[in-house]
Structure formats: C-alpha cells, structure tokens
Write a protein that binds this ligand. Structure first.
Ligand code: AMP
Length: 306
C-alpha cells in the first residue's frame, strides 16, 4: 500500500435543499480514502468513539482501505453538522462535537512508517508535524488545513509548510493564509514558504495547480444534479494523490493528469450523501469520466486572427 492519510473520521449530519442525512459516515480521511481506493491501496490513521458504526467502517476496508490504523477510543465519535444554502455554494456549520477527536494524537503503526505518499488532513499543525516525525523519508507529502488552524496556530502551520511538497486548500483558506485576496499571488506566497506545488480548490469553479512559473486549471465536471457537496475537496485530494501513488509520476505533466482524477472524484462525491456517490463507480466509469474532461477542455488552435 503506497498512500497514507491521517485525518478526521466523523459522523456527519447534513441538511441540503434536497434532503437530510443523520450520523452518516464522513470525515476528511474517509472521503479521501474512499476516493483514493479506486486507484491504489490506502492506509488510514484516525480515531473513532465506541459509538461508531464499525460495520460501515469495515465496508470501507472492503474497498481496499487498511483501517487497522483507526483507533477506537472510549467516548463519543467526532460529529459535524452542516447546512447548505439553496445554491449549495455556501454552508454553515451548525455543530462541531469533537468527542474523542479532541485528544487525537496520531500514532503511525510501524508497518505504515515507510508509506511513500502521505496526506496530512486538517488536524492541528503540531499533530501534522508529529506524523511527519514518525514517517521514514516519504517520497511526497501533501497537506490540508482549515481557517481555524490558520487563525489559532498560524506559526506552527508555517513550520508544516516548510516540510511538505504540496499544499491543498480552498480559495478562502489560501486568502486567509497569505493575506492576499488574489489566489494566484496567494499561491506564489505559499511557494516561497516551502511547498513546490499548491492546489487551490474552488468548488464548482474547478481547481488550480500552481508551480513555479507554470499553472494548470481543471474545471469541475458539469453535473446537472448536485446532491451534497460535503467531502468534495477531500475526495479531490484522494483522487489526485491516489493517481500519483498509482503511477509514481510526480512530473508536471503527471500532476496535470492527477488534477483531472481529483476533479472526477469530486464529481462522484457530490452526487449522493456521505460516500454513497462512489457506490457503483468502476475503473471503466472512472476512465469514462476522466475522458469526458478531455472533451470538455480540449480545443484546437485555429489560424491566428490577423
Ligand atoms: P469538505 O466538504 O471537503 O470541507 O469536508 C467535509 C468533512 O470535513 C466532513 O465530513 C466533516 O466531518 C469534516 N470536518 C468538518 N469540520 C472538521 C474539523 N474541524 N476538523 C476535521 N474535520 C472536519
């Protein structure tokens, strides 16, 4: 297994204009691993309480995710409740109950320490650094964060940035981190602080990959039915890193292809509540969706207009 993710394993309660879900399987590490497992074997490290539906977690294991790094602690599982606006473009957090996640200190099992590709989900920057200290020279490390850590542990997060190859955040987060409203300048700001690459996720407006002197943009798949946007960003990261772990290709061209796999996974994630959007996705349907991005974005350059 080549890919490791450390992050939240949650029970989500979601309200959208189309329906509600209660205590559904969620969390950034869950969305990430379910998406990535379509491309490669994944190891997940997280914590759940004694109230977690272990049968559902085992179903994730059956998809090719090694769940032996998920610790079951005494107490309540992490719960998050969110409500989406009519156009699904914004959401309000109604409740965050940390439960056992509050005391989460990721312990990387010895058998996981040599995993070559690592994704640090949006946990406290000190915990992200603690994970890196437990790994044996990974080939590529990517990380996420969120507004809460940028506010409350900014200096520690800047330490994380020095040690990762790739930052994957949304536009709001990179603006807050850099203090610059322009995402292209904000991405350059990040490149000056450690990572060689930055991905800015922009929801229904696609995702941007920025490297020194070069950028690439991938749109979101034009879905007519979007059901629940929760986890789209984590599924994107899972598709992106899953493709890189599968191919071992970290070249600029390889990363561009990985962006399309990320966008394809984001489109599956939003088509149902929880991880239901991945049910029935096969290697063939994934390939078909990736191909449709080519059709969506490819054009031939005509003769120059004089
Ligand atoms: P996304 O839609 O990509 O932002 O991811 C949503 C997922 O993040 C949900 O499944 C939540 O359980 C999880 N989540 C929400 N708040 C937090 C938090 N403070 N820390 C870690 N995970 C969270």
């Amino acid at each position: 297994m080549k890919l490791l993710v450390v992050g939240s394993v949650a029970l989500d309660s979601i309200i959208t204009p189309f329906g509600t879900a209660d205590d559904a399987l969620g969390g950034s590490a869950v969305y990430f691993s379910v998406a990535a497992s379509l491309l490669t074997g994944v190891r997940i490290v997280g914590v759940v309480g004694d109230d977690y539906p272990m049968a559902d977690l085992k179903a994730i294991g059956a998809r090719g995710v090694d769940i032996s790094g998920i610790e079951q602690a005494r107490g309540e599982s992490f719960r998050w409740k969110g409500k989406y606006s009519f156009d699904l473009a914004s959401r309000e957090t109604l409740e965050t109950r940390l439960g056992v996640f509050a005391d989460f200190k990721p312990k990387i099992p010895a058998a996981f320490a040599d995993t070559p590709y690592v994704f640090l989900g949006n946990i406290h920057p000190d915990l992200q650094l603690g994970v890196l200290d437990q790994m044996r020279s990974p080939r590529l490390v990517a990380c996420d964060t969120m507004n809460f850590w940028i506010d409350s542990a900014r200096d520690r997060f800047l330490e994380v940035l020095k040690r990762v190859d790739l930052l994957v955040v949304n536009d709001e987060e990179i603006r807050q981190l850099s203090g610059d409203w322009n995402v292209h300048r904000a991405a350059k700001w990040v490149l000056d602080r450690g990572p060689r690459r930055v991905i800015v996720k922009r929801g229904e407006h696609g995702a941007l990959l920025v490297e020194q002197g070069r950028s690439f943009f991938c749109p979101a798949y034009p879905l007519e039915e979007v059901f629940d946007p929760t986890g789209a960003g984590d599924a994107f990261a899972g598709g992106f890193l899953g493709y890189i772990a599968r191919t071992g290709d970290t070249s600029s061209e390889g990363l561009r292809r990985a962006m399309v796999y990320g966008s394809a996974m984001g489109s599956f994630a939003v088509s149902a509540f929880s991880v239901g959007g991945f049910d029935g996705v096969t290697p063939a349907s994934l390939t078909q969706r990736v191909r449709s991005f080519k059709d969506l974005t490819h054009f031939e350059l005509a003769e120059a207009v004089a």
